[in-house]
Design a protein around this ligand. Structure first.
Ligand code: XIL
Length: 385
């Protein structure tokens, strides 16, 4: 383990001094975004509009390494609808025009989420019919505005409990379980070409919650409701190591009913284990390797998205109240072991991929190789060698 740590530290120093082929510009052939494109995948990051203006390292890292953005908070209903009569598109427009100017794909997050219902709506004493009208208008307005630009939407987020029952949300209480299919139908009417996703956490492996999501999405599709994908949020923690076999089987069952899969909010918390941080970062990198392999081995898995660009502005500190380091870039936007492992894993897949997309843009093209299951950590090779 000490040798591996030394190797990683040497690697990071080499990169910092520009001695490796680690990317230095958006055009670099060895950026993560280029490698991801060559495997037919998007590699995305959740973005906050203000940081694009205020933090040059944030902006540059996003441009160098990612080919997709998702609005972290700007499109949530509570943010977008301060009052019933108002749509505040300032933040989402800023992220989306930045993406368009720089050739980044855009995912939309999120149309209906129990945790982002504005007070004027939840406390408004509206009838069921009125709430249906408000939500229909909301979805229609937001999806239409970005028709042809936002290629994939999280339509419904986190509708289930861990035991597989439906969450007792404002939407369930006021409309009933059918709110989910209404939301998908309204979104499809507003942009018939958008890919419409159901998104949730703790559904990456087989468990009562992922069983319930699978049952719902399969039955919606069988009934012709326009559901095209499932988002596995992938908020992971080192203290709960992922079960690769269970995740593989789970991903394959969603793919088998014709759904695309996006890893939508990937991050890996390291807190809670009493080991030196350097070692935790190496173990964290192994979780990134597992998730990258999981996606690469399934043709239907077309995007991997980290929930933030780097540790500095991750939501985890605010959420847990503890310091952490869940992403691939550190507080100074320097690459961490997780970055190098992501690089290695993508590069290995590219080398084995028989068909490369000609224009380098993502899309499901040709065969993506099946790669061997994850092995215990081996010494990292230097990117570009
Ligand atoms: C989080 C954002 O990252 C924070 O900035 C915000 O304060 C709360 O929401 N699951 C989701 C995301 O679907 O929308 C959440 O994002 C994280 C958990």
């Amino acid at each position: 383990m000490a040798r591996q740590l030394t190797l990683y530290l040497v690697l990071i120093m080499l990169v910092a001094s520009g001695m490796t082929s680690q990317p230095s510009s958006a055009q670099s052939d060895t950026s993560l975004r280029h490698l991801a494109s060559a495997t037919g995948r998007y590699l995305g990051a959740a973005v906050k509009p203000e940081l694009l203006q205020t933090d040059e390292a944030y902006r540059q890292t996003l441009l160098n390494e990612f080919n997709l953005v998702v609005t972290e908070d700007a499109l949530k209903m509570a943010a977008l609808r301060p009052t019933q009569g108002e749509y505040s598109f300032y933040g989402s427009d800023a992220v989306i025009s930045f993406a368009q100017a720089n050739g980044l794909a855009v995912r939309g997050h999120v149309l209906l989420w129990h945790d982002s219902v504005p007070a004027w709506l939840s406390a408004g004493n509206f009838t069921r019919e009125e709430i249906m009208t408000i939500l229909h208008d909301h979805i229609t307005t937001v999806v239409s505005r970005y028709r042809g630009v936002i290629f994939a939407w999280d339509v419904v987020n986190e509708a289930f409990n861990e035991d597989g029952t439906l969450r007792d949300s404002f939407f369930l209480r006021t409309i009933g379980p059918e709110y989910i299919e209404y939301a998908f139908q309204w979104a499809a009417a507003a942009d018939p070409n958008a890919l419409l996703f159901y998104n949730d956490y703790s559904i990456e492996d087989g468990n009562p919650k992922s069983d319930a999501v699978f049952a719902l999405l399969s039955s919606l599709r069988a009934r012709g409701i326009p559901v095209h994908g499932v988002g596995f949020q992938s908020h992971l923690q080192l203290i709960y190591p992922p079960n690769y076999d269970s995740m593989t089987v789970n991903m394959q069952r969603f793919a088998a009913v014709g759904l695309q899969i996006h890893l939508t909010e990937l991050d890996v918390r390291i807190q809670g284990i009493d080991l030196p941080t350097e070692q935790l970062l190496i173990e964290q990198a192994e979780v990134y390797r597992i998730m990258t392999r999981l996606c690469l081995q399934t043709l239907a898995c077309t995007a991997m998205i980290t929930w933030g660009v780097g540790d500095r502005y991750s939501w985890i500190y605010e959420y847990t109240g503890h310091p952490d380091a869940p992403l691939m870039f550190d507080n100074d936007f320097q690459p961490k072991p997780a970055y190098f492992v992501m690089w290695e894993t993508l590069a290995a897949a590219v080398q084995q991929t028989p068909v490369f997309p000609e224009d380098g843009e993502p899309g499901v093209t040709g065969a993506i190789p099946l790669i061997s299951p994850p092995q215990p950590l081996t010494s990292p090779s230097v990117p570009g060698q």
